[in-house]
Design a protein. Structure first.
Length: 357
């Protein structure tokens, strides 16, 4: 009965994780669309400390979509191990990349398509080799895990590094380096996953009739989760407003997944009960995802399509360089911060929306 219940929970968590990735990937597009509309109207931007996006319905639609996705993600962590749920966040990158090419006019070349395929293959490999049994089944065991010196040291390192990024690196490099705000989201996100895991266990015990509401741990986890999510939303908005969606989303996934895997290994010790081939498969799958994510955004501006493949095989290096320079004239520099070229970005967005209307 226990093994059968574990398998059911495994597949329920898998389905919820897939649904979560679809909603979260769509939310990036809606939020970005709303932020660009604010840019067109000349409102104070999130990257400059403004909060005008709170009056934009598209941003709220993206937030609602992300809320649904996070709720599904929340439930997925309650049914399945973090090592299963977290890697499937790569699918949100794929959804975001495909929708960006459709609604934000961000081209997806052959490298990006290959990156999408690699990400899907890597996610599949990680799912196959993920642990299918829970290591924490009650709030009591969760409390014991949280008291572990290794996790306490990890949490202190996360908090100290996040404070340094926010108050020291942010004012200096936040407008020019995409890693600053994304690192804050990723580091804090690793702690939010731990809170989600604990709250999921608390809800399962509550529905089974246990007096969970009288235990302080559940309330502490809820308060910590609200704080962590608030920080993530704030700095993710800053990153999305300053940099291109196709750049922020994959980097955020790689850093967030790495942080969660480290936190999961320290807190839940899921790696200790995995055989060698599953450990190798998990690491290989994750590296495959990273390679796919790298292809998805690192060669974003390279004008390479399947139609150009015969030309690339036949032409000389000089001809190829001339072809690249010619194609670059018709493409925006999508990896540059949006704030310095604010007027151009707003103008292109306005033209795009006028055509849509």
């Amino acid at each position: 009965m226990g093994a059968a219940g574990g398998r059911v929970g495994f597949y329920v968590g898998l389905g919820l994780a897939l649904a979560s990735s679809s909603f979260i990937g769509s939310s990036f597009i809606l939020k970005k669309k709303g932020l660009l509309r604010l840019c067109r109207r000349g409102r104070a931007r999130a990257g400059q400390g403004g909060h005008a996006y709170l009056k934009e319905w598209l941003w709220w639609a993206g937030l609602l979509c992300m809320g649904v996705g996070e709720a599904a993600n929340f439930a997925a962590y309650a049914f399945a191990p973090a090592m299963l749920v977290t890697p499937l966040g790569a699918l949100s990158v794929l959804v975001s990349a495909v929708l960006s090419s459709t609604f934000l006019n961000e081209q997806l070349n052959v490298h990006g398509k290959i990156g999408c395929i690699l990400s899907m293959l890597g996610s599949t490999v990680m799912v196959i080799h993920a642990p299918q049994e829970e290591e924490v089944n009650s709030l009591e065991s969760m409390a014991e895990k949280l008291k572990d010196p290794g996790f306490i040291a990890f949490a202190v390192c996360v908090l100290v590094s996040s404070l340094l990024l926010i108050f020291v690196a942010g004012p200096r490099y936040g407008q020019s380096n995409v890693l600053v705000y994304v690192l804050v989201c990723s580091a804090i996100g690793s702690l939010s996953v731990s809170c989600v895991k604990g709250l999921g266990i608390a809800l399962k015990e509550l529905f089974s009739g246990k007096p969970v509401l009288k235990k302080p741990l559940g309330w502490v986890l809820l308060v910590c989760l609200v704080i962590c999510i608030s920080i993530q939303i704030n700095y993710l908005n800053k990153a999305l407003d300053i940099f291109n969606t196709s750049l922020v989303t994959p980097i955020y996934y790689v850093l967030f997944t790495t942080a969660v895997m480290m936190c999961s290994a320290i807190l839940f010790k899921e790696w200790q009960h995995m055989v060698l081939d599953n450990i190798i498969g998990t690491i290989s799958g994750f590296l495959t995802i990273v390679a796919g994510i790298f292809l998805l955004h690192a060669f974003r501006d390279v004008p390479f399509t399947l139609d150009l493949l015969p030309l690339f095989l036949q032409q000389s290096r000089a001809d190829l360089q001339a072809l690249w320079r010619s194609a670059d004239r018709h493409q925006s520099h999508q990896h540059q911060p949006l704030l310095p070229s604010e007027d151009n970005g707003c103008q292109s967005t306005e033209e795009e929306e006028v055509e849509g209307e």
